[in-house]
Design a binder for this molecule. Structure first.
Ligand SMILES: O=C(O)c1ccc(O)c(O)c1
Ligand SMILES: [Mg+2]
Length: 630
């Protein structure tokens, strides 16, 4: 399986694009002509640079407004093409993309277009070159791959083929199964892109909002299954026009792209087994059965504050590590680990980010297989020397530099708490507050990094994205993307901050990087839990009276019931499945907090309707009344 990416997909100058594409392990790149024109090196030099980087030039593109022109435009178009053929020969590449004509001057007619392409094919063949014809979704006369294919079929020339681009086909909702009957040898290259579903002009959507496959909402897998069913075994090339990527990190966007192709082809090979393309073998998407632990790094003083907060939430100290300054605090099925070691990964995370979550432990069926899939999808392995009495727990690096460990029931990993920790007697029989499990982890990052995280989680684990929601913070918008496993055993919310003044943005900037900003615990009875928390000295985030007036009116709730919610600062929501109750802690450190939720009757969401009021209440804590904004 050969992978490629268009230079337009990556930020930076030509050299930066080239080195990040090579480092991410692609076989080749498409030269997007403007990237070449903007570079101050001749075509021979550029061709050599690309080959020296170990890459091939899979395509030279785009050549515009070619077919269906009346004279004198027609002759001009051929002259232009010959000039580009010269450049291609110097670059050392043989395939040019002709995108369907968008000019008002273009004349329609399948045979007219076929005649033009036949003549171009003849001219290309004389130089050992080939041309591929692509239907742009907004082409003047040709805007559907079926018409482009009909033209190429009529041309019937070995140097003229079809170029398929998932965006153009899927954006117009063209039936992808029409691809299955195209002879594979007539498909010269396949371009892949996804996009979020937004109702807008096709050209604008395509030029600004494309994403890597799997990061958007289009059925790129269905498209690619149809392509694979033809027996196509040529190059798969990403062509991503995206405003964010143009300003993003060349390295991480390049890796995201390769990860998306590997993940896409893994899914295609599983659902369409009779294919000629052979993606690397890897275990199937990993199903997660729960969050086994969340680990905090802290120094001793802050650890004391943090465990005070744990205690007020009804947690008790359940064990101390046999060899390290590490404790586990437990309630129900929740394990919170606190690490105050003076060396190792947790300590470097502390030096970098301060008190923060540095490690997440997931319960999976097979920890070794989990790491194997993650590695196949370009995640970095995490290893550090194991001390006496410690298990070697399989682990990887997450996107933000944090670590993820994997625990399974297959090996003695399932006994990690017994093996690595000695029980602590001091408060083993504390009553607790009814917290049963982790409902979700909320990770906060800069908005530009969000798609990287989304792809990371959805590619490795058997999870799906929920619709994105905007959370209005008094200082800006925070975009929130939930990712869930099919049975909701794993729920993550990714929160992308667009500026530094939002609660989320300040957290990212003050903790020097993205991390878990809040942990939501579940209880079966939030009113009972709230009562127990008060007894433990827990202080809930204060919610204004105005909110309760609205909730009462909006849902038609009983005033006495609303008064009880208000007395405990409990927020309320409802969906078609059931009801949702939420309570928040005050802020800790750089803006970290806890949430306690009760899902009644199968409520599916996260209380998005309440998020602006919760955020405003939290902002009041950090920005006392009358204080000017920074
Ligand atoms: O937006 C464009 O013009 C454009 C150009 C070349 C392509 O391959 C494409 O898919 C879009
Ligand atoms: Mg294209």
């Amino acid at each position: 399986m050969k992978t490629s990416i268009a230079t337009v997909s990556i930020s930076g100058d030509f050299q930066e694009k080239l080195s990040s594409i090579a480092a991410a392990g692609y076989d080749g790149l498409e030269i997007f002509e403007n990237d070449f024109l903007a570079y101050d090196g001749g075509p021979k030099e550029v061709g050599q640079m690309i080959r020296d980087a170990g890459l091939e030039i899979t395509l030279f593109q785009p050549f515009r407004d070619f077919e269906g022109m009346a004279e004198p435009h027609r002759a001009r178009a051929f002259d232009r093409a010959e000039r580009k053929f010269d450049v291609m020969q110097e670059l050392g590449t043989d395939l040019m993309l002709i995108c369907s004509n968008t000019s008002q001057a273009a004349l329609g007619g399948i045979d007219r277009a076929a005649d033009d392409l036949a003549e171009l094919g003849e001219r290309a063949a004389k130089r050992g070159l080939r041309v591929g014809y692509e239907a742009l979704a907004w082409g003047r006369h040709v805007n559907d791959h079926r018409d482009a294919w009909e033209i190429v079929r009529r041309v019937d020339h070995p140097s003229v083929g079809l170029i398929l681009d998932s965006f153009h086909t899927l954006a117009r909702k063209t039936d992808v199964d029409t691809i299955r009957s195209i002879p594979k040898d007539k498909i010269f290259i396949v371009q892949l892109a996804d996009a979020p579903l937004i109702d807008m002009d096709l050209l604008y959507w395509s030029r600004h909002f494309r994403t890597m496959p799997g990061q958007g909402d289009l059925d790129v897998t269905g498209f690619m299954r149809a392509v694979a069913a033809t027996g196509y075994d040529g190059v798969l090339s990403l062509e991503i026009f995206n405003d964010q990527f143009r300003g993003g990190s060349p390295k991480s966007i390049s890796i995201d792209g390769r990860r998306s192709l590997l993940n896409l082809m893994d899914a295609v090979a599983r659902s369409e087994p009779e294919i000629a393309l052979t993606p690397p073998a890897m275990p199937a998407p990993i199903s997660v059965s729960g969050i086994e632990f969340v680990e905090f790094t802290a120094d001793e003083r802050e650890a004391g504050e943090l465990t005070g907060l744990f205690r007020s939430l009804g947690f008790s100290r359940a064990g101390r590590h046999v060899a390290k300054d590490v404790e586990v605090w437990r309630q129900g099925g929740i394990n919170l680990v606190i690490n105050t070691e003076k060396e190792g990964f947790a300590h470097s995370a502390y030096l970098m980010h301060g008190t923060s979550v540095c490690d997440i432990g997931l319960k999976v069926e097979d920890a070794t297989a989990t790491v194997a899939r993650a590695r196949a999808l370009l995640a970095d392995l995490f290893e550090q020397p194991t001390g006496p009495g410690e298990l070697k727990i399989p682990a990887i690096r997450g996107v933000g530099g944090g670590v993820m460990h994997f625990i399974d029931d297959k090996t003695e990993l399932s006994r990690v708490w017994e093996i690595e920790f000695k029980p602590v007697a001091d408060d083993a029989d504390a009553a607790g507050a009814g917290l049963t499990r982790i409902d979700h982890l909320a990770q906060t990052m800069n908005y530009e990094e969000m798609l990287t995280w989304t792809l990371f989680y959805t590619a490795i684990f058997d999870t799906a994205k929920m619709p994105m929601v905007d959370v209005i913070d008094p200082a800006g918008v925070v975009r929130s993307q939930a990712i869930e496993s099919p049975d909701a055993a794993l729920r993550l919310t990714l929160n992308g901050a667009e500026n530094k003044r939002t609660l989320a943005g300040r957290f990212v900037s003050e903790s020097f990087g993205s991390s878990v900003q809040h942990i939501a615990f579940q209880t079966e009875d939030l009113l009972a839990t709230a009562g127990a928390l008060v007894g433990n000295g827990f202080t809930a985030l204060e919610i204004p009276a105005n909110y309760y007036g609205d909730v009462e009116a909006r849902f038609g709730l009983d005033p006495a019931f609303v008064a009880t919610l208000r007395a405990h600062n409990i927020l309320y929501d409802r969906d078609e499945h059931g009801e949702f109750f939420q309570l928040y802690s005050r802020l800790y450190g750089d803006g970290f907090f806890f949430e306690v939720v009760e899902r009644r009757g199968g409520y599916r969401g996260y209380g998005a309707a309440n998020a602006p009021f919760r955020t405003a209440a939290q902002q009041r804590l950090v920005r006392p009344k009358g204080m000017p904004r920074e």
